[in-house]
Ligand binder design. Structure first.
Ligand SMILES: NC(=O)c1ccc[n+]([C@@H]2O[C@H](COP(=O)([O-])OP(=O)(O)OC[C@H]3O[C@@H](n4cnc5c(N)ncnc54)[C@H](OP(=O)(O)O)[C@@H]3O)[C@@H](O)[C@H]2O)c1
Length: 249
């Protein structure tokens, strides 16, 4: 999987799947722009990657910051070929009947509006270039209600619909738009889920989770023509056949 000469912008690159994706894309030869709120964390990751990485402190809830991240990526590397909408949160886990409206809304701002902001900022650039790939890290929660996760399920369902909409509007102009549902992954998010004790996901053993490197490698694979059968759709890494195709099994 050779992405030499390609440039990727990854949101939520300060840890977990985003951090693993930064390493995977750099290993595939891509220039990598790491965006997250934790400037020190992305700086440390970029230092390990070397001169093909830049860092952009960015809060995806702020459109102007996402727009500036796209501009900074283009200023550094001349183009933007791939956007990975990865930034996401699981907190605040709570029942609908007692949810804090502000916290619920913040999760929507990150998980759903953050994805819109990424698409809104990247699509004009990619359309002008003649093409590009926009991948969003989705979740099985888009399809299944889970206790205490109304904000997360609703936001991931909305983000998946954004993938369908972006595909509808951009596919005939060279945009490749897909979602990746990774299954459960051993990251900080799963520590927060475990600590909540709410719903069956919190009861899983740590050994049930896949390593963050797996979705990272799947995201790289999705940037190749091998994934073209899935344009506009969501790929699930729970599917053994999909794992085999990506080279994980
Ligand atoms: N872990 C799983 O089992 C699992 C399963 C399905 C889907 N996912 C999805 O995978 C994605 C990555 O999650 P993860 O498991 O890697 O979780 P994680 O380790 O908690 O990482 C979340 C990332 O999102 C960033 N982020 C949060 N709010 C942000 C904001 N307002 N602006 C910019 N960045 C923000 C965080 O960076 P800063 O705090 O530095 O900003 C961090 O880099 C999420 O979309 C999640 O929903 C995870």
């Amino acid at each position: 999987m050779d992405l030499t000469g390609k440039t990727v912008l990854i949101t939520g690159a300060s840890r977990g799947i985003g951090e693993a994706a930064a390493h995977a894309f750099a290993s595939a030869g891509a220039n990598v722009a790491l965006a997250a709120r934790s400037g020190d964390a992305i700086a440390a990751i970029a230092e390990k990657i070397g001169s093909s990485a830049i860092t952009i402190p960015c809060d995806v809830t702020r459109y102007t910051q996402v727009e500036a991240a796209v501009a900074a990526t283009i200023a550094a590397f001349g183009r933007l070929d791939i956007l990975i909408n990865n930034a996401g949160v699981i907190e605040p886990i709570s029942h609908l009947s007692s949810a804090d409206p502000e916290g619920w809304g913040t999760a929507i701002d990150i998980n759903l509006k953050g994805v819109f902001h990424g698409m809104r900022a990247a699509m004009p650039v990619m359309l002008k270039q003649g093409g590009g790939t926009i991948l969003t890290v989705g979740s099985g929660a888009a399809h299944n209600p889970l206790e205490g996760w109304s904000h997360y399920c609703a936001s991931k369902a909305g983000a998946l619909m954004l993938t369908h909409c972006a595909h509808l509007e951009g596919a005939d102009r060279g945009l490749r738009v897909m979602s990746l549902s990774p299954g459960t992954v051993a990251t900080q998010m799963q520590h927060e889920i475990k600590a909540s004790g709410v719903n069956p996901i919190s009861q899983l053993d740590w050994s049930d989770h896949i390593p963050p490197d797996w979705p990272a490698r799947a995201l790289v694979w999705m940037c190749t023509a091998q994934a073209d059968a899935h344009l506009g759709q969501e790929i699930s890494l729970r599917d053994p056949e999909m794992r085999r195709q990506v080279g994980l099994a």
